[in-house]
Design a protein. Structure first.
Lengths: 162, 203
């Protein structure tokens, strides 16, 4: 069994009695369960979740092949990012910005080389906030523009999947 | 801690629902009584939903009910409900139960449902099963008691969004659904707030 951290999107579920969405990782629940593994998430900014998964290496690779899911290149919260290539570090910065954090916020938190930080540092930043959703009937869409909400901590997610 | 720590609030042993339930939760109404059980009066293939309005409970909250027919129809227990934004757009938590499809735990934000974790199943779920939820701190625990059995934990979910006291409620799907002995309250037994007294019959 192996551990991996992902950034996974939320998908709209249409066949429910209310406007509903679920974490993309639920698609892989059967594979993860077949491995005897587990997953846990905390919703963060940008209709995404930080997800920790314990599963076989093959299942983690299958999840990572999902074009909308980003696998973080290191597995433990206290793993340094110093081993990452420049391209990997740029990809992480770009993904965090794509979630909705501004370049100014990112640069203020991570001045200099992202390799000077750990996975915990990055995920804690990603889990700084999320927005409360609402339903917009006119467009039949779930809009994430409400008040800022503090997500569950990455340490809590970490503790739920051992 | 043992589950539940509270008592039955409504055994539905009467002809009409009365004033202790507020309809319209999540935009669904028509929780009704049929043959002294809670029933979905909204029609085939439709949902009904209502909250117990006698008090708010919590923050640590529990709710439970007994499954009668139809076992395959979905029921949901709700807790920490905040309806300040309207009955159709509550905040809080809902857990769905059935025995033919997946069970689900939801966080409700303005009536938008975000699934917490994965779908799950309940083993041994059948007629006269009891279902329960307990929300303590950031942990939502799902309970089941098979007919003649003991309460056991089915699964847990974690969410830190809603931490205040709120209402508990019930949702039923389809007009063949019958549910009984709805109960719950503040874990440990004391209600947080009594906005009004329950009416007592004097015979």
């Amino acid at each position: 069994m192996a551990i991996a951290w992902f950034l996974a999107p939320y998908d709209r579920i249409l066949a429910e009695r209310f406007p509903a969405r679920e974490c993309r990782m639920n698609v892989y629940t059967a594979l993860i369960a077949a491995d005897g593994g587990a997953w846990a998430e905390t919703e963060v900014l940008g209709n995404h979740a930080v997800v920790k998964v314990r599963a076989s290496a093959e299942t983690l690779a299958t999840i990572a092949a999902d074009p909308d899911i980003t696998r973080l290149p290191v597995a433990l919260l206290d793993d340094p990012l110093s081993s990452l290539s420049p391209a990997q570090k740029t990809a992480i910065r770009n993904k965090v910005q794509a979630l909705g954090y501004t370049l100014a916020e990112i640069n203020a938190r991570f001045p200099g080389d992202l390799g000077d930080y750990t996975l915990r540092d990055v995920l804690r930043f990603v889990a700084t906030r999320r927005r409360k959703p609402r339903y917009e009937a006119g467009t039949d869409s779930i809009v994430l523009d409400g008040v800022a909400v503090t997500p569950e901590s990455v340490e809590s997610v970490d503790g739920r999947v051992q | 801690m043992a589950f539940p720590t509270t008592s039955i609030l409504d055994d539905f042993n009467r002809a009409s629902l009365g004033t202790n339930w507020t309809q319209g939760l999540l935009g669904d109404s028509d929780l009704a009584i049929d043959s002294s059980t809670a029933a979905d009066g909204s029609g085939s293939g439709l949902w009904c939903a209502a909250r117990w309005n006698v008090a708010t409970y919590g923050a640590d909250t529990e709710a439970f009910a007994t499954i009668l027919e139809s076992v395959s129809a979905t029921r949901a227990l709700l807790g920490r409900l905040d309806v300040s934004g309207g009955e159709s757009a509550p905040d809080g938590y809902s857990v769905e139960f059935n025995n033919t499809a997946f069970c689900k735990a939801w966080r409700l934000d303005n009536g938008v449902a975000t699934k917490l974790g994965s779908d799950f199943t309940v083993s041994g779920y059948g007629v006269d099963s009891q279902i329960g939820i307990e929300i303590v701190g950031t942990t939502i625990t799902v309970y089941h008691k098979a007919s003649g059995g003991s309460w056991s934990v089915v699964t847990t979910r974690t969410d830190s969004t809603y931490s205040a006291a709120g209402y508990i409620g019930l949702e039923l799907y389809d007009n063949v659904t019958r549910t009984d002995d709805f109960g719950g309250g503040t874990v440990g037994g004391a209600p947080t707030l009594l906005p009004r007294l329950a009416l007592l019959g004097v015979g």
